[in-house]
Design a protein around this ligand. Structure first.
Ligand code: TEU
Length: 581
Protein backbone atom coordinates (compact mmCIF):
# COMPACT_ATOMS: atom_id res chain seq x y z
CA UNK A 1 0.00 0.00 0.00
CA UNK A 2 1.28 3.50 -0.79
CA UNK A 3 2.61 5.29 2.26
CA UNK A 4 0.77 8.46 1.32
CA UNK A 5 -2.51 6.52 1.34
CA UNK A 6 -1.60 4.86 4.56
CA UNK A 7 -1.29 7.53 7.15
CA UNK A 8 -2.54 5.25 9.85
CA UNK A 9 -5.17 6.86 11.96
CA UNK A 10 -5.74 5.30 15.32
CA UNK A 11 -8.45 6.63 17.55
CA UNK A 12 -7.75 5.67 21.13
CA UNK A 13 -10.32 7.27 23.41
CA UNK A 14 -10.14 10.90 22.50
CA UNK A 15 -6.52 10.77 21.43
CA UNK A 16 -5.82 10.80 17.72
CA UNK A 17 -2.40 9.49 16.79
CA UNK A 18 -0.92 9.69 13.32
CA UNK A 19 1.99 7.43 12.51
CA UNK A 20 4.12 7.76 9.46
CA UNK A 21 7.22 5.95 8.32
CA UNK A 22 9.52 8.93 8.14
CA UNK A 23 10.56 10.34 11.45
CA UNK A 24 8.55 7.73 13.32
CA UNK A 25 10.81 6.28 15.95
CA UNK A 26 8.11 3.79 16.94
CA UNK A 27 7.95 1.90 13.66
CA UNK A 28 6.02 -1.37 13.84
CA UNK A 29 9.02 -3.48 12.97
CA UNK A 30 10.94 -2.36 16.02
CA UNK A 31 8.28 -3.88 18.25
CA UNK A 32 7.94 -6.98 16.09
CA UNK A 33 9.16 -10.54 16.49
CA UNK A 34 9.74 -12.11 13.06
CA UNK A 35 9.43 -15.80 12.18
CA UNK A 36 11.50 -17.11 9.26
CA UNK A 37 9.92 -19.78 7.07
CA UNK A 38 11.96 -22.01 4.76
CA UNK A 39 8.99 -23.10 2.62
CA UNK A 40 10.52 -26.24 1.20
CA UNK A 41 10.76 -27.71 4.70
CA UNK A 42 7.87 -26.14 6.55
CA UNK A 43 4.74 -28.13 5.72
CA UNK A 44 3.80 -30.28 2.73
CA UNK A 45 0.07 -30.18 1.89
CA UNK A 46 0.22 -32.38 -1.22
CA UNK A 47 2.34 -35.38 -0.21
CA UNK A 48 5.06 -34.80 -2.80
CA UNK A 49 7.73 -34.48 -0.11
CA UNK A 50 8.20 -30.75 -0.59
CA UNK A 51 6.72 -28.00 1.58
CA UNK A 52 4.37 -25.57 -0.16
CA UNK A 53 2.27 -22.42 0.13
CA UNK A 54 -0.90 -24.28 1.10
CA UNK A 55 1.15 -25.95 3.80
CA UNK A 56 2.03 -22.52 5.18
CA UNK A 57 -1.62 -21.46 4.94
CA UNK A 58 -2.60 -24.51 7.00
CA UNK A 59 -0.23 -23.38 9.73
CA UNK A 60 -1.37 -19.74 9.95
CA UNK A 61 -3.06 -20.38 13.28
CA UNK A 62 0.12 -21.99 14.56
CA UNK A 63 2.03 -18.79 13.83
CA UNK A 64 -0.66 -16.72 15.47
CA UNK A 65 -0.66 -18.93 18.55
CA UNK A 66 3.09 -18.53 18.88
CA UNK A 67 2.51 -14.80 18.83
CA UNK A 68 4.84 -13.64 16.08
CA UNK A 69 4.19 -10.33 14.32
CA UNK A 70 5.71 -11.00 10.91
CA UNK A 71 6.86 -13.81 8.67
CA UNK A 72 9.94 -13.69 6.46
CA UNK A 73 9.39 -16.08 3.59
CA UNK A 74 12.63 -17.27 2.01
CA UNK A 75 12.36 -17.44 -1.81
CA UNK A 76 9.24 -19.03 -3.26
CA UNK A 77 9.89 -17.79 -6.80
CA UNK A 78 10.28 -19.89 -9.92
CA UNK A 79 13.75 -21.43 -9.84
CA UNK A 80 15.72 -24.44 -11.06
CA UNK A 81 16.72 -24.85 -7.37
CA UNK A 82 20.50 -24.95 -7.78
CA UNK A 83 20.56 -22.93 -4.54
CA UNK A 84 17.02 -23.86 -3.49
CA UNK A 85 15.39 -20.66 -4.63
CA UNK A 86 18.24 -18.16 -4.32
CA UNK A 87 18.65 -18.72 -8.05
CA UNK A 88 15.57 -17.06 -9.50
CA UNK A 89 14.37 -17.90 -13.01
CA UNK A 90 11.27 -15.70 -12.95
CA UNK A 91 10.75 -12.99 -10.34
CA UNK A 92 7.04 -12.72 -11.05
CA UNK A 93 6.04 -16.34 -10.64
CA UNK A 94 6.05 -18.79 -7.78
CA UNK A 95 7.64 -22.20 -8.12
CA UNK A 96 5.16 -24.85 -9.34
CA UNK A 97 6.25 -27.13 -6.47
CA UNK A 98 5.03 -24.46 -4.04
CA UNK A 99 1.74 -23.60 -5.75
CA UNK A 100 0.35 -20.62 -7.66
CA UNK A 101 0.12 -16.88 -7.19
CA UNK A 102 -3.41 -17.45 -5.90
CA UNK A 103 -2.00 -19.74 -3.21
CA UNK A 104 0.52 -17.04 -2.38
CA UNK A 105 -2.31 -14.50 -2.04
CA UNK A 106 -4.14 -16.83 0.32
CA UNK A 107 -1.04 -17.05 2.50
CA UNK A 108 -0.71 -13.27 2.50
CA UNK A 109 -4.37 -12.75 3.39
CA UNK A 110 -4.36 -15.54 5.95
CA UNK A 111 -1.47 -13.83 7.70
CA UNK A 112 -2.82 -10.30 7.36
CA UNK A 113 -6.17 -11.36 8.83
CA UNK A 114 -4.21 -12.35 11.91
CA UNK A 115 -2.18 -9.13 11.97
CA UNK A 116 0.92 -10.97 10.86
CA UNK A 117 2.94 -9.07 8.27
CA UNK A 118 4.65 -10.68 5.32
CA UNK A 119 8.28 -9.97 4.41
CA UNK A 120 9.47 -11.33 1.06
CA UNK A 121 13.03 -12.25 0.10
CA UNK A 122 14.63 -9.98 -2.48
CA UNK A 123 17.48 -11.61 -4.41
CA UNK A 124 18.94 -9.06 -6.80
CA UNK A 125 22.70 -9.52 -6.68
CA UNK A 126 22.24 -12.43 -9.08
CA UNK A 127 19.61 -14.42 -10.95
CA UNK A 128 19.54 -17.99 -12.19
CA UNK A 129 21.44 -18.67 -15.40
CA UNK A 130 18.05 -19.89 -16.62
CA UNK A 131 16.54 -16.41 -16.22
CA UNK A 132 15.43 -14.97 -19.54
CA UNK A 133 17.81 -12.01 -19.10
CA UNK A 134 20.81 -14.32 -18.89
CA UNK A 135 19.62 -16.39 -21.81
CA UNK A 136 19.47 -13.22 -23.95
CA UNK A 137 22.67 -11.85 -22.49
CA UNK A 138 24.77 -14.89 -23.35
CA UNK A 139 23.55 -14.51 -26.94
CA UNK A 140 24.41 -10.78 -26.85
CA UNK A 141 20.84 -9.79 -27.63
CA UNK A 142 20.13 -6.19 -26.68
CA UNK A 143 19.16 -4.67 -24.36
CA UNK A 144 20.39 -7.65 -22.30
CA UNK A 145 24.00 -7.92 -23.50
CA UNK A 146 25.32 -5.97 -20.53
CA UNK A 147 22.89 -7.24 -17.88
CA UNK A 148 25.62 -9.46 -16.39
CA UNK A 149 29.36 -9.09 -15.82
CA UNK A 150 31.13 -10.54 -18.84
CA UNK A 151 34.87 -10.48 -19.51
CA UNK A 152 37.18 -12.02 -22.03
CA UNK A 153 39.86 -14.30 -20.69
CA UNK A 154 42.26 -15.91 -23.09
CA UNK A 155 44.51 -17.15 -20.30
CA UNK A 156 41.83 -18.24 -17.86
CA UNK A 157 39.53 -16.31 -15.53
CA UNK A 158 39.77 -12.49 -15.73
CA UNK A 159 40.80 -12.13 -12.07
CA UNK A 160 41.52 -14.22 -8.97
CA UNK A 161 38.19 -13.69 -7.19
CA UNK A 162 36.62 -16.66 -5.45
CA UNK A 163 33.00 -17.57 -5.19
CA UNK A 164 31.48 -17.51 -1.70
CA UNK A 165 30.88 -21.23 -2.23
CA UNK A 166 34.58 -21.83 -3.07
CA UNK A 167 36.50 -22.08 -6.34
CA UNK A 168 36.80 -19.37 -8.99
CA UNK A 169 34.04 -16.76 -9.23
CA UNK A 170 34.23 -17.01 -13.03
CA UNK A 171 32.79 -19.58 -15.42
CA UNK A 172 33.42 -19.68 -19.16
CA UNK A 173 30.24 -19.62 -21.23
CA UNK A 174 30.55 -21.52 -24.50
CA UNK A 175 27.63 -19.68 -26.07
CA UNK A 176 29.08 -16.18 -25.67
CA UNK A 177 32.71 -17.21 -25.62
CA UNK A 178 33.40 -15.14 -22.48
CA UNK A 179 33.59 -15.56 -18.73
CA UNK A 180 30.77 -14.38 -16.46
CA UNK A 181 31.11 -13.46 -12.80
CA UNK A 182 29.22 -15.38 -10.11
CA UNK A 183 29.94 -14.64 -6.46
CA UNK A 184 27.90 -17.74 -5.58
CA UNK A 185 27.28 -20.87 -7.64
CA UNK A 186 27.98 -20.97 -11.37
CA UNK A 187 24.23 -21.18 -11.84
CA UNK A 188 23.88 -17.77 -10.14
CA UNK A 189 25.42 -15.14 -12.47
CA UNK A 190 25.84 -11.66 -10.91
CA UNK A 191 23.75 -8.87 -12.35
CA UNK A 192 25.59 -5.81 -13.64
CA UNK A 193 24.34 -3.05 -11.36
CA UNK A 194 26.42 -0.49 -13.28
CA UNK A 195 23.82 -0.80 -16.03
CA UNK A 196 20.92 1.62 -15.31
CA UNK A 197 18.53 -0.62 -17.25
CA UNK A 198 19.21 -3.49 -14.85
CA UNK A 199 18.45 -1.25 -11.92
CA UNK A 200 15.24 0.02 -13.53
CA UNK A 201 14.04 -3.53 -14.22
CA UNK A 202 14.76 -4.54 -10.65
CA UNK A 203 12.92 -1.51 -9.26
CA UNK A 204 9.94 -2.30 -11.45
CA UNK A 205 9.90 -5.86 -10.16
CA UNK A 206 10.07 -4.58 -6.58
CA UNK A 207 7.11 -2.26 -7.21
CA UNK A 208 5.19 -5.20 -8.68
CA UNK A 209 5.53 -7.06 -5.39
CA UNK A 210 5.00 -4.00 -3.22
CA UNK A 211 1.72 -3.27 -5.01
CA UNK A 212 0.65 -6.72 -3.82
CA UNK A 213 0.56 -5.31 -0.33
CA UNK A 214 3.62 -7.02 1.12
CA UNK A 215 5.16 -5.54 4.23
CA UNK A 216 8.84 -5.60 3.47
CA UNK A 217 11.90 -7.15 1.94
CA UNK A 218 14.74 -9.15 3.40
CA UNK A 219 17.51 -8.26 0.97
CA UNK A 220 19.86 -11.08 0.07
CA UNK A 221 23.60 -10.20 0.14
CA UNK A 222 22.63 -6.61 -0.56
CA UNK A 223 26.10 -5.23 0.21
CA UNK A 224 27.67 -7.16 -2.69
CA UNK A 225 25.91 -5.26 -5.50
CA UNK A 226 28.72 -2.92 -6.47
CA UNK A 227 31.91 -4.20 -8.07
CA UNK A 228 34.80 -1.77 -8.63
CA UNK A 229 35.97 -0.58 -12.05
CA UNK A 230 38.60 -2.82 -13.54
CA UNK A 231 37.70 -5.71 -11.22
CA UNK A 232 41.16 -5.72 -9.59
CA UNK A 233 42.70 -8.91 -8.20
CA UNK A 234 42.05 -9.56 -4.53
CA UNK A 235 44.67 -10.18 -1.86
CA UNK A 236 45.27 -13.94 -2.04
CA UNK A 237 45.17 -14.45 1.72
CA UNK A 238 41.65 -13.19 2.36
CA UNK A 239 39.14 -15.91 3.26
CA UNK A 240 37.19 -15.28 0.05
CA UNK A 241 39.70 -13.82 -2.41
CA UNK A 242 38.43 -10.54 -3.85
CA UNK A 243 35.96 -9.89 -1.03
CA UNK A 244 37.69 -6.65 -0.03
CA UNK A 245 36.61 -5.35 -3.45
CA UNK A 246 33.06 -6.62 -3.67
CA UNK A 247 31.92 -6.27 -0.04
CA UNK A 248 30.53 -2.71 0.31
CA UNK A 249 31.80 -1.83 -3.17
CA UNK A 250 32.31 1.77 -4.33
CA UNK A 251 28.76 2.48 -5.52
CA UNK A 252 26.83 0.49 -2.92
CA UNK A 253 25.60 3.50 -0.96
CA UNK A 254 24.51 5.23 -4.15
CA UNK A 255 22.54 2.17 -5.30
CA UNK A 256 20.84 1.73 -1.94
CA UNK A 257 19.83 5.38 -1.82
CA UNK A 258 18.56 5.22 -5.38
CA UNK A 259 16.51 2.13 -4.49
CA UNK A 260 15.24 3.95 -1.42
CA UNK A 261 14.29 7.13 -3.26
CA UNK A 262 12.81 5.46 -6.33
CA UNK A 263 10.97 2.60 -4.64
CA UNK A 264 11.19 2.00 -0.90
CA UNK A 265 10.26 5.50 0.26
CA UNK A 266 6.90 5.18 -1.51
CA UNK A 267 5.74 2.35 0.74
CA UNK A 268 5.12 1.67 4.41
CA UNK A 269 7.45 -1.31 4.68
CA UNK A 270 10.47 -2.70 6.49
CA UNK A 271 13.79 -3.51 4.84
CA UNK A 272 16.38 -5.86 6.29
CA UNK A 273 19.73 -5.97 4.56
CA UNK A 274 21.72 -9.18 4.73
CA UNK A 275 25.31 -7.97 4.68
CA UNK A 276 28.14 -10.51 4.91
CA UNK A 277 31.46 -9.08 6.06
CA UNK A 278 29.97 -5.78 7.25
CA UNK A 279 31.50 -3.92 10.20
CA UNK A 280 29.41 -1.95 12.66
CA UNK A 281 30.92 1.31 11.40
CA UNK A 282 29.88 0.56 7.83
CA UNK A 283 26.46 -0.70 8.91
CA UNK A 284 25.69 2.73 10.37
CA UNK A 285 25.92 4.21 6.89
CA UNK A 286 23.36 1.83 5.44
CA UNK A 287 20.77 1.26 8.16
CA UNK A 288 19.00 3.45 10.65
CA UNK A 289 17.00 6.63 11.01
CA UNK A 290 19.16 8.35 8.39
CA UNK A 291 20.07 5.37 6.23
CA UNK A 292 18.47 3.85 3.12
CA UNK A 293 17.57 0.58 4.91
CA UNK A 294 15.97 -0.19 8.27
CA UNK A 295 18.05 -2.97 9.79
CA UNK A 296 20.99 -5.24 9.16
CA UNK A 297 21.91 -8.90 9.43
CA UNK A 298 25.64 -8.93 10.13
CA UNK A 299 27.74 -12.09 10.35
CA UNK A 300 30.30 -11.43 13.07
CA UNK A 301 28.85 -13.84 15.63
CA UNK A 302 28.63 -16.48 12.90
CA UNK A 303 32.42 -16.45 12.64
CA UNK A 304 33.31 -16.89 16.31
CA UNK A 305 33.90 -20.59 15.81
CA UNK A 306 35.98 -20.23 12.63
CA UNK A 307 39.54 -21.54 12.76
CA UNK A 308 42.59 -20.03 11.06
CA UNK A 309 42.96 -22.34 8.05
CA UNK A 310 42.61 -19.98 5.12
CA UNK A 311 41.80 -22.59 2.52
CA UNK A 312 39.17 -24.32 4.63
CA UNK A 313 36.06 -22.27 5.42
CA UNK A 314 34.81 -25.09 7.61
CA UNK A 315 37.83 -25.27 9.86
CA UNK A 316 35.91 -24.89 13.13
CA UNK A 317 37.10 -24.30 16.67
CA UNK A 318 35.29 -23.75 19.97
CA UNK A 319 33.85 -20.28 20.37
CA UNK A 320 34.58 -18.28 23.53
CA UNK A 321 31.95 -16.56 25.62
CA UNK A 322 34.12 -13.47 26.02
CA UNK A 323 34.27 -13.15 22.20
CA UNK A 324 30.51 -13.54 21.96
CA UNK A 325 30.04 -10.79 24.55
CA UNK A 326 32.55 -8.53 22.86
CA UNK A 327 30.85 -8.94 19.48
CA UNK A 328 27.29 -8.41 20.69
CA UNK A 329 28.34 -5.51 22.87
CA UNK A 330 30.06 -3.79 19.96
CA UNK A 331 26.92 -4.12 17.82
CA UNK A 332 24.50 -3.22 20.62
CA UNK A 333 26.49 -0.11 21.47
CA UNK A 334 27.51 0.69 17.91
CA UNK A 335 23.97 0.85 16.54
CA UNK A 336 22.63 2.85 19.50
CA UNK A 337 20.61 5.05 19.31
CA UNK A 338 19.98 5.68 15.61
CA UNK A 339 20.37 2.28 13.96
CA UNK A 340 18.74 -1.07 14.49
CA UNK A 341 19.92 -4.70 14.79
CA UNK A 342 18.20 -7.68 13.21
CA UNK A 343 18.83 -10.28 15.94
CA UNK A 344 19.42 -13.91 15.03
CA UNK A 345 21.41 -16.91 16.20
CA UNK A 346 20.59 -19.22 13.31
CA UNK A 347 18.78 -19.27 9.97
CA UNK A 348 18.58 -21.45 6.84
CA UNK A 349 22.34 -20.94 6.23
CA UNK A 350 23.65 -21.80 9.67
CA UNK A 351 23.84 -24.73 12.08
CA UNK A 352 21.02 -25.04 14.60
CA UNK A 353 21.61 -22.58 17.44
CA UNK A 354 21.15 -25.06 20.28
CA UNK A 355 23.81 -27.31 18.73
CA UNK A 356 26.18 -24.42 18.18
CA UNK A 357 25.76 -22.06 21.13
CA UNK A 358 24.04 -24.38 23.61
CA UNK A 359 24.16 -28.05 24.53
CA UNK A 360 21.90 -30.16 22.32
CA UNK A 361 22.08 -33.19 24.60
CA UNK A 362 22.00 -33.01 28.38
CA UNK A 363 20.91 -29.36 28.62
CA UNK A 364 18.97 -29.03 25.37
CA UNK A 365 15.83 -27.58 26.98
CA UNK A 366 17.70 -25.29 29.35
CA UNK A 367 20.15 -24.00 26.78
CA UNK A 368 17.49 -23.52 24.08
CA UNK A 369 15.56 -21.40 26.57
CA UNK A 370 18.68 -19.49 27.54
CA UNK A 371 19.38 -18.66 23.89
CA UNK A 372 15.76 -17.61 23.46
CA UNK A 373 16.08 -15.32 26.47
CA UNK A 374 19.20 -13.79 24.95
CA UNK A 375 17.53 -13.23 21.57
CA UNK A 376 14.47 -11.53 23.04
CA UNK A 377 16.23 -9.28 25.52
CA UNK A 378 18.67 -7.52 23.22
CA UNK A 379 18.02 -4.21 21.48
CA UNK A 380 16.76 -4.98 17.98
CA UNK A 381 14.19 -7.15 16.25
CA UNK A 382 14.34 -10.89 17.06
CA UNK A 383 14.18 -13.34 14.15
CA UNK A 384 13.08 -16.88 15.04
CA UNK A 385 14.03 -19.54 12.51
CA UNK A 386 11.46 -22.34 12.05
CA UNK A 387 12.02 -25.17 14.49
CA UNK A 388 14.08 -23.03 16.86
CA UNK A 389 10.94 -22.63 19.00
CA UNK A 390 10.98 -26.38 19.77
CA UNK A 391 14.76 -26.61 20.11
CA UNK A 392 15.46 -28.48 16.86
CA UNK A 393 19.06 -29.68 16.64
CA UNK A 394 21.76 -30.43 14.06
CA UNK A 395 21.28 -33.67 12.16
CA UNK A 396 23.33 -36.91 12.13
CA UNK A 397 23.49 -37.17 8.32
CA UNK A 398 24.88 -40.56 7.37
CA UNK A 399 26.78 -39.64 4.22
CA UNK A 400 27.04 -37.39 1.20
CA UNK A 401 23.91 -38.90 -0.31
CA UNK A 402 21.86 -37.41 2.51
CA UNK A 403 23.04 -33.88 1.68
CA UNK A 404 21.29 -31.48 -0.69
CA UNK A 405 22.85 -28.06 -0.16
CA UNK A 406 25.02 -26.76 -3.00
CA UNK A 407 27.50 -25.07 -0.64
CA UNK A 408 27.99 -28.33 1.28
CA UNK A 409 28.25 -30.47 -1.83
CA UNK A 410 30.79 -28.13 -3.46
CA UNK A 411 32.79 -28.10 -0.22
CA UNK A 412 32.86 -31.89 -0.06
CA UNK A 413 33.89 -32.07 -3.75
CA UNK A 414 36.71 -29.56 -3.23
CA UNK A 415 38.01 -31.20 -0.09
CA UNK A 416 38.02 -34.64 -1.67
CA UNK A 417 40.32 -33.30 -4.37
CA UNK A 418 42.94 -32.49 -1.73
CA UNK A 419 45.79 -34.85 -1.00
CA UNK A 420 45.25 -34.79 2.75
CA UNK A 421 41.60 -35.89 2.49
CA UNK A 422 40.89 -39.49 1.48
CA UNK A 423 37.20 -39.87 2.02
CA UNK A 424 34.08 -38.27 3.44
CA UNK A 425 34.82 -39.62 6.93
CA UNK A 426 37.90 -37.37 7.11
CA UNK A 427 35.72 -34.26 6.89
CA UNK A 428 32.40 -35.54 8.19
CA UNK A 429 32.79 -33.85 11.56
CA UNK A 430 33.06 -30.41 9.98
CA UNK A 431 30.26 -31.14 7.54
CA UNK A 432 27.94 -32.44 10.25
CA UNK A 433 28.59 -29.31 12.26
CA UNK A 434 28.62 -26.66 9.54
CA UNK A 435 26.30 -27.80 6.75
CA UNK A 436 23.37 -25.60 5.89
CA UNK A 437 21.31 -28.78 5.57
CA UNK A 438 21.25 -28.95 9.37
CA UNK A 439 18.79 -26.07 9.36
CA UNK A 440 16.85 -27.28 6.36
CA UNK A 441 15.51 -30.66 7.43
CA UNK A 442 11.71 -30.79 7.68
CA UNK A 443 9.89 -29.05 10.48
CA UNK A 444 9.04 -31.54 13.23
CA UNK A 445 5.29 -31.23 13.76
CA UNK A 446 4.50 -34.51 15.51
CA UNK A 447 5.74 -38.04 16.19
CA UNK A 448 3.87 -39.36 13.15
CA UNK A 449 5.81 -40.64 10.10
CA UNK A 450 8.20 -38.04 8.72
CA UNK A 451 7.46 -35.87 11.73
CA UNK A 452 4.06 -35.04 10.27
CA UNK A 453 5.75 -32.89 7.60
CA UNK A 454 4.69 -35.00 4.62
CA UNK A 455 2.85 -38.19 3.74
CA UNK A 456 5.36 -38.75 0.90
CA UNK A 457 9.14 -39.04 0.77
CA UNK A 458 10.68 -35.88 2.21
CA UNK A 459 13.09 -34.04 -0.13
CA UNK A 460 15.65 -33.93 2.69
CA UNK A 461 15.90 -36.47 5.47
CA UNK A 462 13.95 -35.88 8.68
CA UNK A 463 16.01 -35.57 11.85
CA UNK A 464 15.62 -38.96 13.61
CA UNK A 465 15.00 -37.21 16.92
CA UNK A 466 11.47 -36.13 15.86
CA UNK A 467 9.69 -38.62 18.15
CA UNK A 468 11.12 -36.64 21.09
CA UNK A 469 11.33 -33.17 19.59
CA UNK A 470 8.12 -32.05 17.91
CA UNK A 471 5.52 -29.31 18.03
CA UNK A 472 2.67 -31.48 19.25
CA UNK A 473 4.54 -32.57 22.37
CA UNK A 474 5.92 -29.10 22.94
CA UNK A 475 2.47 -27.55 22.89
CA UNK A 476 1.14 -30.09 25.36
CA UNK A 477 3.95 -29.54 27.85
CA UNK A 478 3.50 -26.17 29.51
CA UNK A 479 7.17 -26.12 30.51
CA UNK A 480 8.38 -26.59 26.96
CA UNK A 481 10.70 -24.43 24.93
CA UNK A 482 7.67 -23.53 22.78
CA UNK A 483 5.72 -22.10 25.69
CA UNK A 484 8.82 -20.28 26.85
CA UNK A 485 9.08 -18.54 23.46
CA UNK A 486 5.45 -17.47 23.77
CA UNK A 487 6.19 -16.08 27.20
CA UNK A 488 9.19 -14.13 25.92
CA UNK A 489 7.24 -12.69 22.99
CA UNK A 490 4.57 -11.47 25.42
CA UNK A 491 7.20 -10.14 27.80
CA UNK A 492 8.80 -8.10 25.06
CA UNK A 493 5.41 -6.67 24.14
CA UNK A 494 4.76 -5.70 27.77
CA UNK A 495 8.15 -4.15 28.51
CA UNK A 496 9.18 -1.47 26.06
CA UNK A 497 12.61 -1.38 27.68
CA UNK A 498 13.33 -4.80 26.17
CA UNK A 499 12.70 -3.40 22.70
CA UNK A 500 14.67 -0.20 22.69
CA UNK A 501 16.25 0.33 26.09
CA UNK A 502 19.95 1.07 26.20
CA UNK A 503 22.19 -1.98 26.66
CA UNK A 504 24.87 -1.99 29.34
CA UNK A 505 27.09 -5.06 29.75
CA UNK A 506 28.10 -6.22 33.25
CA UNK A 507 30.93 -8.48 34.38
CA UNK A 508 32.43 -8.50 30.90
CA UNK A 509 35.31 -10.79 31.84
CA UNK A 510 33.24 -13.47 33.56
CA UNK A 511 33.99 -16.73 31.73
CA UNK A 512 30.51 -18.27 32.21
CA UNK A 513 28.03 -15.51 32.87
CA UNK A 514 26.72 -13.08 30.30
CA UNK A 515 24.87 -10.34 32.17
CA UNK A 516 23.55 -6.99 31.01
CA UNK A 517 21.16 -4.25 31.96
CA UNK A 518 18.56 -2.68 29.66
CA UNK A 519 17.47 0.79 30.57
CA UNK A 520 15.12 3.53 29.38
CA UNK A 521 13.59 6.54 31.15
CA UNK A 522 10.88 4.44 32.77
CA UNK A 523 12.28 1.02 33.41
CA UNK A 524 15.36 -1.09 34.06
CA UNK A 525 15.81 -4.76 33.44
CA UNK A 526 18.62 -7.11 34.39
CA UNK A 527 19.40 -10.19 32.29
CA UNK A 528 21.66 -12.94 33.66
CA UNK A 529 22.61 -15.92 31.49
CA UNK A 530 24.87 -18.77 32.55
CA UNK A 531 26.27 -19.72 29.15
CA UNK A 532 27.86 -22.95 30.42
CA UNK A 533 27.12 -26.52 31.47
CA UNK A 534 28.68 -25.89 34.90
CA UNK A 535 27.29 -24.06 37.87
CA UNK A 536 28.48 -20.49 38.11
CA UNK A 537 28.68 -17.78 40.71
CA UNK A 538 27.82 -14.18 40.00
CA UNK A 539 26.47 -11.49 42.30
CA UNK A 540 24.99 -8.52 40.54
CA UNK A 541 25.32 -6.42 43.67
CA UNK A 542 28.94 -5.82 42.77
CA UNK A 543 27.62 -3.95 39.76
CA UNK A 544 24.13 -2.70 40.51
CA UNK A 545 21.59 -2.44 43.29
CA UNK A 546 19.31 -5.42 42.84
CA UNK A 547 17.74 -5.42 46.30
CA UNK A 548 14.07 -5.31 45.28
CA UNK A 549 14.40 -6.97 41.90
CA UNK A 550 11.25 -8.68 40.56
CA UNK A 551 11.68 -11.87 38.58
CA UNK A 552 10.05 -11.53 35.12
CA UNK A 553 11.03 -14.80 33.50
CA UNK A 554 13.33 -17.75 34.22
CA UNK A 555 14.16 -21.07 32.58
CA UNK A 556 14.45 -22.91 35.90
CA UNK A 557 11.74 -23.16 38.48
CA UNK A 558 12.98 -20.45 40.82
CA UNK A 559 10.77 -19.09 43.55
CA UNK A 560 10.25 -15.34 43.45
CA UNK A 561 11.82 -15.23 46.91
CA UNK A 562 15.23 -16.45 45.75
CA UNK A 563 17.57 -13.60 46.35
CA UNK A 564 19.80 -12.44 43.60
CA UNK A 565 22.45 -12.07 46.24
CA UNK A 566 22.73 -15.85 46.54
CA UNK A 567 24.75 -15.57 43.40
CA UNK A 568 24.51 -19.23 42.38
CA UNK A 569 23.51 -20.08 38.81
CA UNK A 570 22.60 -23.53 37.49
CA UNK A 571 23.90 -24.83 34.13
CA UNK A 572 22.42 -22.70 31.34
CA UNK A 573 20.25 -20.86 33.81
CA UNK A 574 18.64 -17.67 32.49
CA UNK A 575 16.73 -15.09 34.51
CA UNK A 576 15.33 -11.68 33.69
CA UNK A 577 14.59 -9.23 36.52
CA UNK A 578 12.87 -5.91 36.65
CA UNK A 579 14.91 -3.57 38.81
CA UNK A 580 13.12 -1.26 41.17
CA UNK A 581 14.78 2.10 41.67
O1 TEU B 1 23.54 -15.99 1.97
C1 TEU B 1 24.70 -15.21 1.90
C2 TEU B 1 25.90 -15.79 2.51
O2 TEU B 1 26.80 -15.07 2.82
C3 TEU B 1 25.97 -17.27 2.64
O3 TEU B 1 26.80 -17.64 1.61
C4 TEU B 1 26.50 -17.71 3.97
O4 TEU B 1 27.62 -17.00 4.36
C5 TEU B 1 26.91 -19.14 3.92
O5 TEU B 1 25.86 -19.86 3.33
C6 TEU B 1 27.18 -19.68 5.30
O6 TEU B 1 27.47 -21.03 5.21
C7 TEU B 1 22.46 -15.67 1.16
C8 TEU B 1 21.35 -16.68 1.35
O7 TEU B 1 20.88 -16.57 2.66
C9 TEU B 1 21.88 -18.04 1.00
O8 TEU B 1 20.94 -19.05 1.28
C10 TEU B 1 22.23 -18.02 -0.46
O9 TEU B 1 22.85 -19.23 -0.81
C11 TEU B 1 23.19 -16.89 -0.82
O10 TEU B 1 22.82 -15.65 -0.23
C12 TEU B 1 23.20 -16.65 -2.30
O11 TEU B 1 21.97 -16.10 -2.71
Amino acid sequence: MRADLQLLLYVRGDVLTVTQRDGDSRSWWKDAVVYQIYPRSFNDSTGDGVGDLDGIYEKRTYLDDLGVDAVWLTPVYDSPLADYGYDIRDYRRVLDDYGTMDDWRRVRDGLHERDIRLIMDLVVNHTSDEHEWFQQSRREIDPYSDYYIWREGDDGPPNNWNSMFGGSAWTYDEVRGEYFLHLFDRKQPDLNWENPKVREDIYEMMRWWLEKDIDGFRMDVINLLSKPDGLPDGHPSTVVTGSEHFINGPRLEEYLWEMHDRVLSEYEIVTVGEMPGISVEDARRYVGDDGPLDMVFHFEHMRLDSGDEEDDPWDFRNWELTDLKETFTRWQEGLYPDSWNALYLNNHDQPRQVSRFGDDERYREESAKLLATFLHTLRGTPFIYQGEEIGMTNVPFEGVDDLRDVETIRYVERMLERDDVDNFEDISEAVLYGSRDNARTPMQWSDEDNAGFTTGDPWLTVNPNYPDINVEDARTDLNSIWHYYRQLIDLRADHQVLVDGQYQPLAVDHPQIYAYRRKNDDEQVLVVLNFSSERATFTPAEHIDATDAQLLVANYDVPQSVSLEDGLWQPYEARVYQLVE
